[in-house]
Design a binder for this molecule. Structure first.
Ligand code: CU
Length: 232
Protein backbone atom coordinates (compact mmCIF):
# COMPACT_ATOMS: atom_id res chain seq x y z
CA UNK A 1 0.00 0.00 0.00
CA UNK A 2 1.33 3.45 -0.86
CA UNK A 3 1.41 5.82 2.06
CA UNK A 4 3.24 9.07 2.54
CA UNK A 5 6.34 7.31 3.81
CA UNK A 6 6.74 5.08 0.73
CA UNK A 7 6.14 8.09 -1.53
CA UNK A 8 8.93 9.93 0.23
CA UNK A 9 11.24 7.02 -0.59
CA UNK A 10 10.00 6.71 -4.15
CA UNK A 11 10.06 10.33 -5.22
CA UNK A 12 13.87 10.81 -5.25
CA UNK A 13 14.06 7.79 -7.57
CA UNK A 14 11.46 9.29 -9.91
CA UNK A 15 13.25 12.63 -9.86
CA UNK A 16 16.55 10.91 -10.68
CA UNK A 17 14.93 9.05 -13.56
CA UNK A 18 13.39 12.23 -14.92
CA UNK A 19 16.78 13.96 -14.79
CA UNK A 20 18.73 11.03 -16.24
CA UNK A 21 20.84 12.00 -19.27
CA UNK A 22 20.09 10.63 -22.73
CA UNK A 23 20.79 6.94 -22.86
CA UNK A 24 24.32 6.49 -24.10
CA UNK A 25 26.60 3.64 -25.01
CA UNK A 26 30.17 3.26 -26.11
CA UNK A 27 31.85 2.24 -29.33
CA UNK A 28 34.83 -0.06 -28.95
CA UNK A 29 36.85 -1.84 -31.57
CA UNK A 30 40.12 -2.77 -33.16
CA UNK A 31 41.48 -1.57 -36.48
CA UNK A 32 43.55 -4.07 -38.42
CA UNK A 33 45.50 -4.24 -41.65
CA UNK A 34 44.85 -7.22 -43.93
CA UNK A 35 48.32 -7.19 -45.48
CA UNK A 36 51.72 -7.81 -43.98
CA UNK A 37 53.19 -5.27 -41.61
CA UNK A 38 55.65 -3.04 -43.48
CA UNK A 39 59.31 -3.78 -42.71
CA UNK A 40 60.80 -1.15 -40.40
CA UNK A 41 62.58 1.36 -42.60
CA UNK A 42 65.30 3.66 -41.34
CA UNK A 43 64.98 7.31 -42.33
CA UNK A 44 68.25 8.93 -43.42
CA UNK A 45 69.15 11.88 -41.21
CA UNK A 46 70.67 14.50 -43.45
CA UNK A 47 71.02 17.44 -41.08
CA UNK A 48 71.95 18.32 -37.48
CA UNK A 49 73.39 14.84 -36.90
CA UNK A 50 74.49 15.55 -33.33
CA UNK A 51 70.89 16.10 -32.23
CA UNK A 52 68.71 14.45 -34.86
CA UNK A 53 70.94 11.43 -35.33
CA UNK A 54 71.29 10.51 -31.64
CA UNK A 55 68.84 7.65 -32.08
CA UNK A 56 67.89 5.89 -35.32
CA UNK A 57 64.71 7.19 -36.92
CA UNK A 58 62.42 4.42 -37.99
CA UNK A 59 59.57 5.22 -40.35
CA UNK A 60 56.51 5.58 -38.10
CA UNK A 61 53.78 6.75 -40.46
CA UNK A 62 52.35 3.23 -40.73
CA UNK A 63 52.70 1.07 -37.63
CA UNK A 64 51.21 -2.42 -37.62
CA UNK A 65 51.43 -4.71 -34.58
CA UNK A 66 52.24 -8.43 -34.76
CA UNK A 67 48.51 -9.21 -34.63
CA UNK A 68 47.87 -6.64 -37.43
CA UNK A 69 46.47 -3.90 -35.18
CA UNK A 70 47.09 -0.43 -36.68
CA UNK A 71 48.25 2.45 -34.48
CA UNK A 72 47.22 6.09 -34.92
CA UNK A 73 43.90 5.56 -36.66
CA UNK A 74 41.49 8.41 -35.91
CA UNK A 75 38.03 6.95 -35.34
CA UNK A 76 35.14 9.40 -35.18
CA UNK A 77 31.44 9.80 -35.74
CA UNK A 78 30.90 11.88 -38.86
CA UNK A 79 27.27 12.74 -38.18
CA UNK A 80 26.71 13.45 -34.47
CA UNK A 81 23.25 14.78 -33.66
CA UNK A 82 23.54 16.37 -30.23
CA UNK A 83 25.64 19.45 -31.04
CA UNK A 84 28.03 18.77 -28.16
CA UNK A 85 31.53 20.19 -28.28
CA UNK A 86 34.71 18.53 -27.13
CA UNK A 87 35.72 20.51 -24.04
CA UNK A 88 38.83 22.65 -24.41
CA UNK A 89 41.58 21.57 -22.00
CA UNK A 90 42.70 24.09 -19.36
CA UNK A 91 46.31 23.08 -19.74
CA UNK A 92 47.49 23.16 -23.34
CA UNK A 93 48.28 19.87 -25.09
CA UNK A 94 51.84 19.70 -26.42
CA UNK A 95 53.63 18.89 -29.61
CA UNK A 96 57.20 18.17 -28.63
CA UNK A 97 60.02 18.43 -31.14
CA UNK A 98 62.34 15.88 -29.63
CA UNK A 99 65.23 14.26 -31.51
CA UNK A 100 63.85 15.95 -34.64
CA UNK A 101 60.52 14.22 -34.62
CA UNK A 102 57.06 15.38 -33.56
CA UNK A 103 55.86 13.71 -30.37
CA UNK A 104 53.14 12.62 -30.45
CA UNK A 105 53.01 12.07 -34.18
CA UNK A 106 49.18 12.15 -34.29
CA UNK A 107 47.06 14.02 -31.79
CA UNK A 108 43.36 14.89 -31.43
CA UNK A 109 42.58 18.30 -29.94
CA UNK A 110 39.25 20.12 -29.52
CA UNK A 111 38.35 22.99 -31.84
CA UNK A 112 39.32 26.22 -30.08
CA UNK A 113 42.29 24.63 -28.35
CA UNK A 114 45.67 26.31 -27.93
CA UNK A 115 48.60 23.94 -28.29
CA UNK A 116 52.12 24.44 -26.93
CA UNK A 117 54.77 23.62 -29.50
CA UNK A 118 57.91 22.72 -27.58
CA UNK A 119 61.48 22.86 -28.85
CA UNK A 120 63.38 20.40 -26.67
CA UNK A 121 66.18 19.98 -29.16
CA UNK A 122 67.99 23.29 -28.73
CA UNK A 123 68.38 23.69 -32.50
CA UNK A 124 66.36 25.59 -35.09
CA UNK A 125 63.07 24.02 -36.12
CA UNK A 126 60.46 25.60 -38.39
CA UNK A 127 56.96 24.30 -37.91
CA UNK A 128 54.68 24.54 -40.92
CA UNK A 129 50.99 23.59 -40.95
CA UNK A 130 48.88 22.48 -43.92
CA UNK A 131 45.24 23.04 -42.90
CA UNK A 132 42.04 23.08 -44.91
CA UNK A 133 39.83 25.10 -42.56
CA UNK A 134 42.31 26.94 -40.34
CA UNK A 135 44.83 29.67 -41.09
CA UNK A 136 48.18 28.05 -41.94
CA UNK A 137 51.34 29.08 -40.15
CA UNK A 138 54.99 28.69 -40.98
CA UNK A 139 57.17 29.81 -38.10
CA UNK A 140 60.81 29.49 -37.24
CA UNK A 141 61.45 28.31 -33.70
CA UNK A 142 65.07 29.13 -32.90
CA UNK A 143 66.97 27.11 -30.31
CA UNK A 144 66.35 29.64 -27.53
CA UNK A 145 62.58 29.65 -28.08
CA UNK A 146 61.34 26.76 -25.93
CA UNK A 147 57.59 27.21 -26.45
CA UNK A 148 55.33 28.66 -29.12
CA UNK A 149 51.59 28.60 -28.51
CA UNK A 150 49.23 28.28 -31.45
CA UNK A 151 45.43 28.23 -31.62
CA UNK A 152 43.64 25.50 -33.57
CA UNK A 153 40.27 27.05 -34.15
CA UNK A 154 38.15 24.99 -36.52
CA UNK A 155 37.58 21.27 -37.11
CA UNK A 156 40.29 20.03 -39.47
CA UNK A 157 42.88 17.40 -40.34
CA UNK A 158 46.19 19.24 -40.36
CA UNK A 159 49.51 17.90 -41.53
CA UNK A 160 52.49 19.49 -39.81
CA UNK A 161 56.01 19.50 -41.14
CA UNK A 162 59.34 21.17 -40.43
CA UNK A 163 60.97 23.29 -43.11
CA UNK A 164 64.42 22.56 -41.63
CA UNK A 165 64.15 18.77 -41.32
CA UNK A 166 62.34 17.29 -44.30
CA UNK A 167 61.57 13.96 -42.61
CA UNK A 168 59.64 15.50 -39.71
CA UNK A 169 55.90 14.98 -40.07
CA UNK A 170 52.94 14.93 -37.73
CA UNK A 171 49.20 15.49 -37.63
CA UNK A 172 46.83 17.55 -35.54
CA UNK A 173 43.23 16.41 -35.76
CA UNK A 174 40.98 19.27 -34.64
CA UNK A 175 37.72 17.81 -33.35
CA UNK A 176 34.41 19.66 -33.57
CA UNK A 177 32.68 17.24 -31.15
CA UNK A 178 33.62 14.74 -28.43
CA UNK A 179 33.13 11.52 -30.39
CA UNK A 180 36.72 10.91 -31.42
CA UNK A 181 39.33 8.34 -30.47
CA UNK A 182 42.87 7.46 -31.55
CA UNK A 183 43.81 3.80 -31.87
CA UNK A 184 46.64 2.63 -29.62
CA UNK A 185 49.59 0.46 -30.61
CA UNK A 186 47.34 -2.61 -30.61
CA UNK A 187 44.85 -0.86 -32.92
CA UNK A 188 42.16 -0.67 -30.24
CA UNK A 189 39.97 2.34 -29.53
CA UNK A 190 36.99 3.41 -27.43
CA UNK A 191 34.53 6.28 -27.84
CA UNK A 192 32.50 6.70 -24.65
CA UNK A 193 29.16 8.39 -23.86
CA UNK A 194 27.69 8.32 -27.34
CA UNK A 195 23.92 8.96 -27.40
CA UNK A 196 22.08 5.87 -28.63
CA UNK A 197 21.43 5.91 -32.38
CA UNK A 198 22.68 5.03 -35.83
CA UNK A 199 25.79 6.80 -37.08
CA UNK A 200 28.43 6.81 -39.78
CA UNK A 201 31.71 5.87 -38.13
CA UNK A 202 34.81 7.12 -39.88
CA UNK A 203 38.28 5.59 -39.78
CA UNK A 204 41.13 7.82 -40.93
CA UNK A 205 44.78 6.91 -41.22
CA UNK A 206 47.52 9.04 -42.75
CA UNK A 207 48.66 6.41 -45.25
CA UNK A 208 45.67 4.04 -45.44
CA UNK A 209 43.11 6.78 -45.97
CA UNK A 210 39.49 7.21 -44.96
CA UNK A 211 36.76 4.57 -44.70
CA UNK A 212 33.27 4.75 -43.25
CA UNK A 213 30.90 2.17 -41.87
CA UNK A 214 27.55 2.28 -40.12
CA UNK A 215 27.35 1.71 -36.39
CA UNK A 216 24.31 1.36 -34.13
CA UNK A 217 25.04 2.58 -30.61
CA UNK A 218 22.92 0.94 -27.91
CA UNK A 219 21.24 2.81 -25.05
CA UNK A 220 23.58 1.12 -22.55
CA UNK A 221 26.68 -1.01 -22.86
CA UNK A 222 28.88 -1.11 -25.90
CA UNK A 223 28.89 -1.94 -29.59
CA UNK A 224 31.97 -3.43 -31.24
CA UNK A 225 33.00 -1.72 -34.47
CA UNK A 226 36.10 -3.54 -35.69
CA UNK A 227 37.51 -2.54 -39.03
CA UNK A 228 40.08 -4.02 -41.39
CA UNK A 229 41.92 -1.99 -44.03
CA UNK A 230 42.52 -3.90 -47.26
CA UNK A 231 46.13 -4.73 -48.11
CA UNK A 232 47.72 -2.10 -50.34
CU1 CU B 1 62.92 20.51 -37.40
Amino acid sequence: MINSRSLAVLSPVLVALALAPTMAGEIVGKVKYAGNAPAPKQIPITKDQAVCGKAPHLEDSFLVAADKGVKNVVVSISDPKDGKKMPVAASNPKIDQNGCRFVPRVQIVPAGQSVDIINDDGILHNIHTWPKNNVPFNKAQPKFKKVMTELFEKPDVIKISCDVHSWMQGWVIVAGHPYFALSDDKGTFKIADVPAGTYALEYWHETLGKQTKQVIVPATGSVTADFEYAAK
